[in-house]
Write a protein that binds this ligand. Structure first.
Ligand code: SF4
Length: 434
């Protein structure tokens, strides 16, 4: 039977209390010596999606605690990360080494006596192409070399709701960073993303004996980046990544991970762990003592959250909707949507998916606002209508789905006649800087 331990923290939370909570949770599973043997190399994999404080990223105190425990067991802690492709390529334009530095990982390694290994540096990903055993979407994957070299991997995600990750981003989603951000990370990012996440776990499943979830400050709403912080003050540890995610999702207010969280259901079905809470032993604090009903993330809802937009939806999968949302959050943060859009173009008319229902005369769209053809499906479907008839009066954003949030926001601003500066789109987000 899979086992998950819950350790509650009493505020105010400090470094010592975090260490005690992580140690307590691991002790409830049998102690760190059960999971790490002397001399073993242990990859500690936090969630450092971009250079921002918790809950966007794992609390450094939790990573420190895990590294200390590994050291105490005689293991060699290695903190490794491959930051989001969005951070790497299209937003802050920082590589994983920058993000590891800005989030304080080098300081932890220095204090504890460990190592930091970025999965990519200066435009190069350090990986090896391997077969994915039982891979459904990914049959081969370019996996970070360090993940293949180490004896153990400990995922240490922060508790976040997620638009694309199937409701939550916990241990399974955390391991997406193991694949090449220039190829495998971008591919299969449509409705096939959940299966891809599970396929990645298949490569390293044997090395994952312990997982730790940082639930000190969780993110609710449109995570993993645009949600809101919620104090949860809880640490989870588990001996099975699927079970740890399942109990984590219950703590976050979900009721049935096998029905509500896609990657957990697929991982359970593919035999990577136990996603059924009735078959998981929970020790330590009770779920109901730490559970909060977090606001869920959604790819679906655009109107109501964003002013002055119209969405014309063809056969559109959730990925295009999620990336329209990411783009809109960037514009919303700048005040473009509420002030500039009505003044300059009326509304932003997003068109996505296969065969969207358009007016007979596509010029009618211009009476509503600025047409934005989003994603390859819509580009192909509207070629003879919007592209041939409206030409430069519309914005065209290719991709399946289009990921380049910064560029997309800039394209829309440019079409509206707004000035562009390189970093302005991101100024509203809290960011660590050099
Ligand atoms: S372009 Fe089409 S298939 Fe690709 S993510 Fe968008 S809707 Fe899905």
């Amino acid at each position: 039977m899979a086992k998950v331990a819950i350790s509650k923290l009493e505020p105010p939370v400090d470094e010592d209390k975090v260490y005690e909570a992580v140690k307590n949770a691991v002790d409830l599973l049998g102690g760190i010596e059960k999971f790490v043997k002397p001399g073993e190399k242990v990859l500690i994999k936090p969630n450092l999606v971009r250079p921002a404080p918790p809950p966007t990223t794992t609390d450094r105190r939790v990573i420190r605690a895990v590294a200390l425990l590994v050291k105490e067991a005689g293991g060699k802690p290695i903190i490794g990360e491959g930051t989001a492709a969005m951070t790497l390529l299209w937003r802050e334009e920082m590589d994983s080494d920058d993000v590891l530095f800005l989030t304080g990982m080098y300081k932890i390694a220095e204090e504890v006596g460990g190592e930091v290994v970025p999965f990519d540096k200066e435009g190069k990903f350090y990986g090896r192409i391997v077969d994915v055993p039982g891979g459904v979407v990914l049959r081969k994957a370019n996996i970070a070399e360090i993940a293949l070299e180490v004896d153990k991997i400990i995922p240490v995600p922060v508790m976040k709701c997620s638009m694309e990750g199937g409701g939550v981003t916990l241990c399974i989603k955390d391991l997406h960073a193991l694949v090449d951000p220039y190829t495998d990370r971008l591919k299969f990012h449509r409705s096939d993303l959940w299966q891809k996440l599970v396929d990645i776990v298949k490569v390293v499943r044997d090395k994952i004996k312990l997982c730790v979830i940082d639930g000190i400050k969780a993110m609710e709403g449109d995570g993993p980046i645009y949600g809101d912080p919620v104090d949860m003050n809880v640490i989870l540890a588990g001996d099975d990544p699927v079970a740890t995610d399942a109990i984590g999702s219950l703590v976050m207010g979900f009721d049935d991970p096998l029905r509500e969280i896609g990657p957990i259901a697929i991982a359970h079905a593919d035999g990577l762990g136990i996603g059924d809470p009735s078959k998981i032993e929970v020790v330590g604090a009770k779920i109901e003592d730490v559970r909060k009903k977090l606001k869920k993330a959604s790819c679906e809802i655009l109107a109501g959250i964003f002013p002055n937009i119209v969405f014309i939806e063809g056969g559109c999968c959730r990925a295009c909707k999620a990336w329209i949302k990411f783009t809109l959050y960037a514009l919303k943060g700048e005040g473009v949507l509420d002030k500039e859009v009505p003044k300059r173009v009326g509304k932003l008319v997003f068109i996505a998916g296969v065969d969207p229902s358009l007016p007979e005369d596509p010029k009618e769209l211009l009476k509503i606002g600025l047409p934005i053809v989003f994603g390859d499906c819509a580009l192909y479907s509207t070629k003879s209508t919007i592209f041939w008839q409206l030409r430069e009066k519309a914005v065209y954003i290719p991709g399946c789905p289009p990921f380049a949030v910064g560029n997309q926001a800039r394209l829309i601003k440019k079409a509206m006649g707004l000035p562009i500066t390189k970093r302005e789109a991101w100024g509203f987000l809290p960011t660590y800087t050099h």
